[in-house]
Design a protein around this ligand. Structure first.
Ligand code: 13P
Length: 262
């Protein structure tokens, strides 16, 4: 039986400045140096101001680096925005798009996110599309519909040949952050199955190869169970990853559980 490759990423949101980001990355790189990157892919998504120093401080063969957002245009009259060309110039690998906080605090629509996805792919980035239903959607019983709309509009016009550049993070809005309640492994498994099916409608059988990560209050007590679920290929972690030693422990424990299944 082959080892299921697993993915562990963290979004540093608006917490760490340049110095904190660099020391965090160096510590994480050192602590995880013996983990076989063919078995586990690690990535960190710092704040914009730390990106330039971040790419100089770690090897992306060990820890891939990404941006938390990006403009859908390459240049123009877009005050305050960051162009894909600028992110490419820095040497970043990943662009995260459609995070719940972008959608719900900054009003990003599915249509805007789709334009960003197309631009990120065109510029050669690994594109991490984040999707997730709100607590209200869940209450109305329309979670699956919302996820399918986010995927179908998010990837509208994307060629099925691009699947190798795509990752998806399922982060139920009600599960994210200090006030969030983590999804049960059973619930996450159900939603990941819906997402996988939709990805296969969009990308054909290539949809099976797209890494699908769960995020939203992942912590040391639920990570192992989540990673063992059939359509969960990785974990996208916030608070529980922002201390390098804690993230290293969470990653190792999860990998051990997956290895036991071999
Ligand atoms: P928490 O793990 O802190 O809930 O954050 C998850 C998240 O938003 C990752 O992008």
């Amino acid at each position: 039986m082959s080892f299921k490759k697993v993915y562990f990423g963290t979004n540093l949101k608006m917490y760490k400045g340049v110095a904190d980001t660099v020391s965090y990355l160096k510590e994480l790189e050192q602590l995880t140096s013996d983990i076989d990157r063919n078995c586990a892919e690690l990535f960190v998504i710092p704040s914009y101001t730390a990106l330039s120093e971040a790419v100089c401080s770690v090897s992306q063969a060990q820890i891939l680096l990404g941006a938390q957002n990006m403009c859908w245009e390459e240049q123009g009259q877009f005050t305050g925005e960051i162009s894909p060309l600028m992110l490419r110039e820095l040497g970043l690998s990943i662009v995260e798009l459609g995070h719940s906080e972008r959608r719900h605090i900054f009003g990003e629509s599915n249509e805007m996110i789709n334009r960003k996805v197309c631009t990120a792919l065109k510029n050669g980035f690994k594109t991490l599309l984040c999707i997730g239903e709100t607590g209200e959607d869940k209450q109305y019983g329309i979670s699956d519909e919302v996820l399918r709309i986010q995927l179908k509009t998010g990837f509208y016009g994307v060629s099925d040949k691009m699947y190798g550049q795509i990752m998806v993070a399922y982060e139920p809005v009600w599960a994210i952050g200090a006030d969030g309640k983590p999804a049960s492994a059973e619930y996450a498994k159900e939603k990941h199955a819906v997402i996988r099916k939709t990805l296969c409608e969009i990308f054909g059988d290539n949809g099976y190869a797209i890494p699908l990560l769960y995020g939203g209050s992942v912590n040391p007590s639920n990570a192992d169970n989540l990673i063992l679920q059939p359509d969960i290929d990785g974990l996208f972690v916030g608070r529980s990853a922002w201390n390098a030693a804690d993230f290293n422990s969470l990653i190792r424990s999860a990998i051990d559980k997956v290895l036991l299944l071999r």
